[in-house]
Ligand binder design. Structure first.
Ligand code: AMP
Ligand code: ZN
Length: 496
């Protein structure tokens, strides 16, 4: 049985998606006002492990992650630089996708951008006005939290101190200042303005996720994730907006990861204590090591970022890699030994059972390392033959490929990861004619199409054409791998 800790209610609950076999997952994506830091990556890697685990357990997962490209912070940044929002946010969005690939995070099915969904937000705000949950004041529109009786249930905030009708315009605020929040903000000097049916202005941050999730999932879905700092006010406000407008439960399971901290303090842009992936690479670590560090702590525990922790991540990875190399050296012929098959079977079961229990990665990894230790003892005693060694290797490779994603079998080739200084974007360039940024979805659609074309060419024994397509993709920084499960692809630095 799979159980997750649901922030809504604060208890472990058995997990079952509404539609059997399919999980609808929404994760709050980056606010593209700056480069992502590894605190952000902790949240995205946690969400990736959750998703990979669900896939491994046989669910289909539909994953939506928004890109917040208009809010207080992006507007402030663009103004300070004297450029438009699109120009300001584009490099940060591209960096997000580039680093996502370096950290081997599975792409979401959709990456909706806030600026591309203003009509959906306007429709939602209009419905809140019509139903009496929202009111206008000085050109802005606010959500009246007193009209939504279950306000505060997710974050269990104290509503006693609030003053009726007290309002705030800022996207972010502390629990202590609970108040009516802005759905739509009146035009201001130097801010972008959309002319809409509810008047001119621009959206507040919270309405963005309510509008974009319902566009892809409808009014209800299974899992919503983010870091704990998102619980209040962001997720509390999302629930209020969506449930008030739609009259049905918004999300069944809320999963939040704890912070990545430095010296006990949350890693954050505002605190100046942040490190980007490039910063950590410049210290000499590679992305799989960073990923392994982020993966290896339970998502609901605080994770302290230190050099010592990075060393441990490196040592753990080395143990796994050495294990695989040593097994390759086993040459004795023979039939599979039942004892060895049993060892692998039990390790796999223990690993998965630990993850079933609210993604208990510490126990899952303990099971994995204890398996490695037992297998090494058998090897040292000369009790493994080639078949046994292959079975043991396959288990580790499968667990890594499906769940951990740290490339122990060198599937993420270190050599293929560009050094920080010459990282080249593998994102398609913006469409010059329309000015529209080419999306990651478009890029992936193109890759899938090319792979299909190549399969067709191969089926027709047109190997020349098949090779041309492989080469074409390579020039775009996409490497194809033919595996027994079909064709896989991964990104590397584009070939010049
Ligand atoms: P933002 O770009 O600020 O909207 O944040 C994107 C995601 O990163 C959200 O899910 C945040 O909760 C998460 N996040 C931000 N800082 C940290 C941190 N230090 N540790 C873990 N998650 C974080
Ligand atoms: Zn959100």
């Amino acid at each position: 049985m799979i159980r997750f800790h649901n922030t809504l209610g604060g208890a472990l609950e058995p997990f079952a998606p509404t539609e059997p076999g399919t999980v609808k997952l929404y994760t709050c994506g980056p606010t593209v006002y700056d480069y992502p830091h590894i605190g952000n990556w902790r949240a995205y890697v946690f969400e990736d492990i959750l998703k990979r685990f669900l896939l491994f357990r046989g669910f289909k997962v539909v994953h939506v992650m928004n890109i917040t490209d208009v809010d207080d912070k992006t507007i402030r940044g663009a103004r300070a630089k004297g450029v438009g929002l699109e120009e300001y946010t584009r490099p940060f969005t591209e960096a997000f996708f580039r680093e996502r690939d370096m950290l081997n995070i599975l792409p979401a099915d959709h990456y909706p951008r806030a600026t591309g969904h203003i009509p959906e937000m306007v429709a939602l705000i209009k419905s809140l006005l019509d139903k009496g949950f929202a009111y206008r004041k000085d050109g802005s529109i606010y959500f009246a939290i007193d009209r939504f009786p279950s306000y505060g249930r997710l974050s269990r905030i104290d509503l006693a101190e609030r003053r009726a009708g007290r309002r705030g315009d800022a996207d972010e605020y502390e629990k202590e200042s609970v108040h009516d929040f802005a759905l739509w903000k009146a035009p201001k000097e130097g801010e972008p303005v959309w002319e809409t049916g509810i008047g001119p202005g621009r959206p507040g941050w919270h309405i963005e996720c309510s509008a974009m999730s319902s566009k892809y999932f409808g009014p209800s879905f299974d899992i919503h994730c983010g870091g704990v700092d998102n619980i209040f006010p962001h997720h509390e406000n999302e629930i209020a907006q969506s449930e008030a407008a739609n009259g049905v439960k918004f999300v069944n399971y809320w999963l939040h990861c704890h912070h990545l901290v430095v010296d006990g303090e949350k890693m954050a842009k505002s605190k100046g204590n942040f490190l980007t992936l490039t910063d950590v690479m410049n210290k000499g670590y590679d992305p799989p090591e960073v990923r392994f560090l982020l993966v290896s702590a339970h998502y609901r525990k605080m994770l302290n970022f230190t050099d010592e922790a990075m060393h441990q991540a490196r040592a753990g990875l080395e143990r796994m890699r050495n294990f695989l190399v040593d097994l390759k050296e086993v040459r004795r012929e023979g039939k599979p030994t039942p004892e060895v098959a049993q060892l692998a079977k039990e390790a796999r079961e223990e690993f998965m059972a630990a993850l079933d229990d609210d993604l208990n990665i510490s126990e899952a990894l303990a099971a994995l390392f204890s398996f490695i230790k037992s297998a090494n003892v058998l090897r040292d005693k000369g009790r493994l033959n080639r078949e046994d060694a292959a079975a043991l290797r396959d288990l580790l490779l499968e667990i890594d490929d499906k769940v951990l994603g740290v490339g122990v079998g060198l599937r993420i080739k270190n050599a293929a990861i560009p050094t920080p200084l010459d990282i080249k974007s593998s994102m398609p360039k913006p469409d010059i004619d329309t000015g529209a940024p080419a999306s990651a979805e478009a890029m992936e659609g193109m890759i899938r199409q090319k792979i299909e074309e190549r399969q067709e060419a191969r089926a027709e024994k047109d190997f020349k054409r098949a090779d041309e397509i492989r080469q074409e993709l390579l020039e775009k920084g996409v490497v194809l791998e033919d595996t027994k499960d079909g064709v896989r692809w991964k990104r590397v630095a584009p070939k010049q």
